[in-house]
Unconditional design. Structure first.
Lengths: 148, 138
């Protein structure tokens, strides 16, 4: 398993744990913050955990552009990981405090940076995976049914 | 990789890009107001992230990777795979349209119906591929 896949899956597991922890906290009447942590919880599970595991495993398992080539780690895969995780951490640190610092320039800056990093991460991931998602080229004389 | 999976996975990545861009706009709007109409995009953000991205990516990958039939067409009827792809994506697009055009609730009914039929067909395609061929080698 390539290093970048291990990073995606391990950081995914940390978000999974943190998300479940937040869900538990939200159920405790004395410490619950109401809906404040709800978007953080949902994004930890859906982006931090599920999406990140899909990204890591697809970078590992999807067919490479050149057969037999060593599983090299590309710039796009690394950029996707770092942009996504820096973006998510900034988001999770800032989002619960938005009602208290609404429209203040520093928090707007953090949120805008986080948004752009997350969008860039998906752009890098798409650039990595798109050329690897293709029908298997049929060899001469090979019947078409045998592809795939 | 079968063509149906290629297009399901590619479209799922496009939906993810759109979903995360809408999510970014919503997040920025939470910190500094952009436009009062921005919140109308929230259900589109959910639907694209869950149906367009997660569900479709998993379906496309399963259709590609699950054990193939030993006789006949490797992944079942090819045309049925295309119908699954077309109905599923029609459903996703109708869902988006239904959320953006709230005056036309029929769009969301059609969307859920389209998704339901495509998933039913997907299950009929996949049911017999949830197998092991290990016994044949023993």
């Amino acid at each position: 398993m390539p290093r970048i896949t291990r990073l995606f899956i391990k950081s995914g597991m940390i978000y999974f744990l943190a998300g479940i922890l937040l869900a538990l906290i939200a159920e405790l009447p004395d410490v619950s913050t109401g809906a404040l942590l709800l978007p953080v919880y949902w994004h930890m599970i859906v982006i931090g955990w599920i999406t990140q595991v899909i990204m890591g495993v697809s970078i590992w398992m999807f067919p490479r552009k050149k057969r037999g080539k060593r599983k090299e780690e590309t710039f796009a895969a690394n950029a996707a990981f770092w942009c996504l995780n820096i973006g998510l951490v900034l988001r999770f640190l800032a989002e619960p405090f938005l009602p208290f610092y609404f429209n203040e320039s520093w928090i707007v800056l953090v949120i805008v940076l986080s948004s752009f990093l997350q969008i860039a991460a998906i752009g890098f991931y798409t650039a990595e995976i798109w050329p690897r998602v293709r029908p298997r080229p049929t060899r001469k004389g090979q019947p078409k049914k045998a592809k795939g | 990789m079968p063509e149906q999976s290629v297009w399901m996975i590619r479209l799922s990545m496009i939906y993810l890009l759109i979903a995360i861009t809408i999510g970014g706009v919503l997040l920025i709007h939470k910190s500094t107001p952009l436009h009062p109409g921005v919140w109308a995009l929230l259900p589109v953000h959910f639907e694209l992230a869950i149906w367009g991205w997660l569900v479709q990516f998993v379906m496309g990958t399963a259709y590609w990777m699950f054990p193939r039939h030993l006789t006949g067409e490797a992944r079942g009827a090819d045309a049925r795979g295309w119908i699954v792809f077309l109905l599923f994506n029609a459903g996703v697009l109708l869902l988006v349209g239904g959320h953006l055009l709230a005056t036309l609730p029929i769009l969301r009914v059609l969307a859920r119906g389209s998704l339901l039929i495509s998933i039913l067909l997907f299950i009929t395609l996949m049911w017999n591929r949830v197998v092991t061929y290990r016994d044949l080698h023993d």
